[in-house]
Each structure stands twice: as C-alpha cells, then as structure tokens.
Design a protein. Structure first.
Length: 266
C-alpha cells in the first residue's frame, strides 16, 4: 500500500522562474536514500500550481528512476489536465497519485465529485483524495468522502491533522480509506492515534528530522516519538509563523539546494 508511513514532499527548485534540474537531481538523490516510506512529487510544496504542463512532465521524468516509491500530484484547474498528468505519472513509474480540488471557480459538490471520480476512473494508479481547504477554499463533506470511498480506485484520504485528533480520526476511520494527515506539527499525535500516513512538508527537505520519529511510532515507542517531536517545537513554531512552504525553501537554501520561490512569493 503506497499511502502509508512517512511521505516526504520535496520542493521543486526554481531559478529565475524555471526549474533547476541540477538541484532537483541533488534533492532526488538525497531523498531516495533517506529512509522515507514514499516521496510526494509535485504537491503544494513542490510548486505544482506555478509550473507549466511540460515542466511538470519533465519533473516527473526526473523522479522516474528512484528506488523509493513515489506519489505524483496531479491537481489542476481542469479535469483534462489532471488526467494528462495522471497518465504521465503512470508512464514514469509513480505508485500512486494525489489530487485536491484546485479550481479558480469554486466548485459545487457534484462538480467536486465528478472531478475526483473522473480521475479515479481514468487513472491506472490508485488515487489519494486531498481535502485542502486552506489552499483551495473548499472543504470536502463527509457525505462526499463516503461516496468517493465507494470507488475501488479511491484508496486514501489526506486531511489536515487537528491538535486534538481523536474525534477527527474516529470519524475518518469509518471510511474505507487509508486516512493520512498533513500539518506537520500535529502529525506525530495523529499517527500515534492510528493515522495511516504522515504527508510531510518538512520531510521532503529535512527527512533526517522526522524519519526517527516515524521509526519510533512504528516500533510502538510513543514516549520516544513524542520526545523527539517536542524537540522540534522551534521548527513547528517557525512553520506556523512563516508557512511550511516558505520555511522549507529557506531550509533548502541552508543545506545548499539553492532555490527561490515563484513570484510574488518571497
């Protein structure tokens, strides 16, 4: 099952508005040996929304020969583009795809449902549905998620972990989906509480900070996991203040992966 464990979402390094493939290959090679369960390519952290279709195809081609299983982000403002991205992902060896409701015009519930189901119907890869209200302005209702979960190719769900995750996880556990979590500073507790996957912005740039926490969680050593997670509180504070996207670009530059954010960010 691709949608389990610690999944690191790397940046796509940009220079002067273009992908720097030399730096991208350095990031790729580092993450491939970092002990992650999977790598999430072209997610929000990977600047998918700022790249052209040809650029996204070339980025996926760059990741095609790694040993670590990888998940491709296929979100787009049109269903047709998402379907094209899903085909490119399959051709380049991705093990799964992830999509959110990325749309310039707010989508009605039946339009959201059609978008995800058309991707699930057409893709040869399993789909993780990403409920990302912060960036999309739209929240997927529980009723919608229940309908999507009935599709055999919709296999996972990514949601924002809450500080107190027990009620959230109990509700999601009723769905026949692997429920995984984003928002790094809440994910340790979400995983201890039974989450299937930790979809991490930070682990795509600093995997060495989070892989030991996930190892402790897998071993059932929650005391160690919580202690290691607490040591990262200055990091979590910086991410809350700056946003994770800005913070990991800063961290990438600090470790020599020279990059910039797309304008007007930064």
């Amino acid at each position: 099952m691709i949608f389990t464990g610690l999944s690191g979402f790397p940046i796509t390094p940009l220079q002067n508005g273009r992908v720097d493939f030399e730096i991208l290959r350095r990031i790729r090679d580092h993450l491939d040996g970092a002990g992650l369960d999977s790598i999430g390519v072209l997610g929000s952290t990977g600047s998918f929304a700022y790249l052209s279709e040809p650029e996204r195809a070339l980025v996926m081609e760059c990741w095609s020969d790694i040993q670590t299983p990888w998940i491709a982000g296929v979100s787009a403002t049109s269903t047709a583009e998402s379907l094209r991205q899903a085909k490119i992902a399959a051709r380049n060896g991705a093990r799964g795809i992830i999509a959110n409701a990325f749309s310039y015009i707010p989508l009605r519930e039946h339009e959201l449902e059609r978008y995800f189901l058309e991707i699930a119907d057409a893709s040869p890869l399993p789909l993780c549905v990403y409920d990302n209200p912060v960036n999309t302005g739209q929240t997927l209702s529980l009723a919608l998620l229940q309908r999507l979960a009935a599709h055999p190719n919709v296999q996972a769900l990514k949601v924002f972990a809450q500080a107190d995750n027990a009620e959230q996880h109990a509700q999601l556990a009723e769905l026949s989906l692997a429920a995984g979590y984003a928002v790094d500073w809440n994910c340790c507790e979400a995983m201890i509480g039974g989450g299937a996957a930790w979809y991490s912005t930070l682990a795509g740039t600093r995997p060495e900070w989070l892989v030991p926490i996930m190892q402790a969680i897998k071993a059932g050593d929650h005391v160690t996991a919580r202690a290691q997670n607490a040591e990262l509180e200055p990091v979590w504070g910086a991410m809350r203040e700056q946003t994770g996207y800005r913070y990991v670009h800063q961290q990438a530059n600090e470790r020599g992966w020279v990059c910039e954010m797309p304008g007007p960010l930064g």
